[in-house]
Design a protein around this ligand. Structure first.
Ligand code: ZN
Length: 299
């Protein structure tokens, strides 16, 4: 085991959180930089790591869609992301010269890993972590390994039930219109009400129940498809007071008692949880990925 430090990246749509940790995972240094275009943000990221000398491994938890198949020639490459400039950008192009092995996961798989290791997902055999922010995504871990197939899960693009009378907003996903991300992400909330959800709720009493109704459709799908021990809902939108409670309530109504298990406690007060690591779930998972990368190299 090397005593070289570990690099970690939580790459989000608005910011990159960068950290260097010791071999045990304790953070030595961290910073955040704005997400601009790859030709600006990637060199800033590489410079931060280069200043810390040789690294044993770098773990990356990134927004997507991104190729996370280590056997793919395009491993670490952004694919169909609508974010301007990012489609085709590849983490290896920015970091390979540092000589450290890279391990890349989605942002939500990384956050799920962080919560599973040291947060609200500890002890869960199957854990679902959903983020509601600039985008919407869900990662599902089974015994610590991310569920996926030919690509990572894209649960944020499932279409929830929309009543056009209750919610005339047509959605903003460039691919699907009124999919979950098109209706309930932070930018969708701003488009619909011209304000974040907590402000919108002051003038529209249905704002929080409406967004929670869409999230509850996803929560029910996650339960029915994956039967997780727990659902964690994080991200900036979830900090809106009352949203988590409304989500629990509407999820329980939709499940209608059909799934019966002690994990699904009355009111789902423990079944649907906020991230225990708060905003550090992603970077915590990225550090764990960096440690895995280091071990895979055989140090
Ligand atoms: Zn969509």
């Amino acid at each position: 085991m090397t005593d070289q430090p570990i690099g970690a990246v939580e790459a989000g749509g608005t910011k990159f959180v960068l950290a260097v940790a010791d071999a045990a995972g304790r953070i030595i240094d961290r910073t955040r930089i704005d997400t601009r275009t790859p030709d600006v943000t990637f060199p800033e990221m590489a410079a931060f790591f280069a200043a810390h000398g040789p690294l044993a491994g770098i773990g990356i938890a990134s927004f997507g869609p991104i190729d996370i198949n280590p056997a793919s020639p395009a491993y670490g490459t952004f694919t169909t992301t609508p974010k301007p400039g990012w489609s085709g950008a590849r983490f290896h192009d920015a970091l390979a010269h540092l000589g450290a092995p890279l391990l890349i996961e989605t942002d939500v798989n990384g956050a799920a890993l962080g919560e599973w290791l040291s947060g609200a997902g500890q002890g869960c055999e199957t854990l679902a972590y959903t983020t509601i922010g600039t985008g919407i995504g869900a990662g599902v871990l089974h015994r610590g390994a991310a569920r996926g197939g030919i690509s990572h899960l894209e649960a944020g693009h499932i279409r929830p039930v929309r009543d056009p009378v209750r919610d005339p907003f047509a959605g903003r996903c460039p691919y699907h219109g009124d999919c979950l991300e098109g209706l309930a992400s932070g930018p969708a909330i701003i488009d619909r009400w011209g304000a974040p959800l907590d402000e919108a709720a002051r003038t529209d009493p249905d704002a929080i129940p409406l967004i929670a109704s869409y999230l509850a459709d996803l929560a029910v799908s996650l339960v029915l498809l994956h039967m997780p021990d727990r659902l964690i809902f994080g991200g900036g939108v979830m900090k809106t007071p009352g949203l988590l409670e409304s989500l629990r309530h509407q999820t329980e109504l939709r499940l209608a008692g059909y799934v019966s298990h002690p994990r699904l406690d009355p009111g789902l007060a423990t079944y649907i949880a906020a991230p225990a690591l708060g905003d550090d779930a992603g970077i915590t998972g990225a550090i764990a990925l960096g440690q895995q990368a280091s071990r895979q190299r055989g140090d």
